[in-house]
Design a protein around this ligand. Structure first.
Ligand code: ZN
Ligand code: ZN
Length: 342
């Protein structure tokens, strides 16, 4: 009889069951990870609430950190006992990889896709298989913070793609986990950063983690931002996806400013751009999702070396058996990351 492990599986809308599933089997280039921490990302939360459709049973978990408990015959970059974060893989030889843009590689979502494990990416379980090029040593870092290397890598990716530099200015729309992740990275990069949200508790949190200014959503938001930034900002990061936010973001840009479409929109609404305004102001729009492996490497190093403190973004940690409670807390408002510790 094959060995079994525990997994927290979504079996229907607002239904979680902790069940026994077969232990994953590793191939020659894979590692087996004992999961120490897993973040409940918005994607899995939407599947839990039924907002995003998925086939049940669904086993989520793509923000993970853990310890290597077995390695395949061809693995040389890590060894049993290493503490690692889990990121994407890449083939190393396709056009995207050769250009250092491996987010576009067909192997990018290998470890996270719906086919990545049994019924999903597989991180809400005691063990997970990962291809060895997708694990990154994280030293003695706190497990919950280490598990946030994946979302941190997305914010690092965004800052790199928009070319954020010392002295630039930015406004981040949305003070949830990813809005504040972007705020932390932009502050580290030397920018003056404002955060916009409707929720005052969230704005307090934004201030506490270092936002220079916070603005409550509402009348005159564009004017208030422009006044505080002498006419406009260099970057607008939309960590909340809606046409209203996109239009506010476009409106407050400086000449050559960039709007960064960081969040996906649910429901999706078309983004109307006035071509003459963009032409005359030489502004641009940049879409961003996930990260290249180099961004994940930077995120992991920053966490390993205590260069960034993500503790304010973690609300609570639950053992795997209490996965239902964890999902309930994660889908209430306002909430930041809720972690599972299998
Ligand atoms: Zn995520
Ligand atoms: Zn490739």
């Amino acid at each position: 009889m094959a060995e079994k492990m525990k997994a927290a599986v979504i079996t229907g809308v607002k239904k979680i069951e902790v069940i026994d599933v077969p232990m994953p089997i590793i191939g020659p280039r894979d590692v087996l990870l004992k999961i120490k921490s897993a973040g409940l990302c918005t994607w899995e939360q939407r599947i839990y609430t039924g907002q995003t459709k998925a086939d049940y049973p669904f086993l989520g978990g793509h923000e993970n950190a853990g310890e290597i408990s077995a390695i395949g015959d061809l693995v040389t970059n890590v060894k049993v006992g290493d503490r690692v974060t889990m990121g994407s893989s890449s083939c190393g030889s396709c056009r995207a990889c050769l250009r250092g843009e491996d987010k576009g590689c067909v192997d990018h979502f290998l470890n996270f896709s719906l086919k990545g494990g049994q019924y999903g990416p597989g991180g809400f379980a005691q063990y997970k298989v990962h291809r060895s090029d997708g694990v990154f040593p994280v030293g003695n870092a706190n497990w919950d913070q280490a598990a946030l290397a994946e979302p941190l890598s997305c914010a690092i990716h965004a800052a790199r793609l928009i070319n954020a530099r010392l002295g630039d200015t930015a406004v981040v729309f949305g003070a949830g986990t990813m809005g504040l992740m972007n705020t932390l990275v932009l502050k580290k990069s030397g920018l003056r950063v404002a955060v916009v949200d409707i929720n005052e508790e969230r704005l307090e949190k934004a201030k506490a983690i270092g936002a220079d200014l916070v603005f409550k959503t509402g009348a005159g938001i564009r004017e208030r931002i422009k006044e505080a930034f002498l006419g406009g900002v260099d970057f607008a990061i939309t960590a909340y996806g809606s046409d209203e936010v996109n239009q506010d973001g476009l409106d407050v840009l400086n000449n050559r400013g960039k709007i960064c479409l960081f969040a996906s929109a649910h429901p999706v609404t078309p983004f109307a751009i006035d071509p003459n305004l963009m032409h005359n102001k030489e502004t641009s729009a940049v879409g961003v999702v996930s990260a290249d492996r180099r961004d994940h490497a930077v995120a992991t190093e920053m966490i390993a070396n205590n260069q960034i403190d993500l503790s304010a973004l973690i609300d609570n940690s639950y053992p795997l058996e209490q996965a239902s409670d964890a999902f309930e807390q994660a889908t209430s408002t306002p909430s930041y990351r809720v972690m599972l510790n299998p």
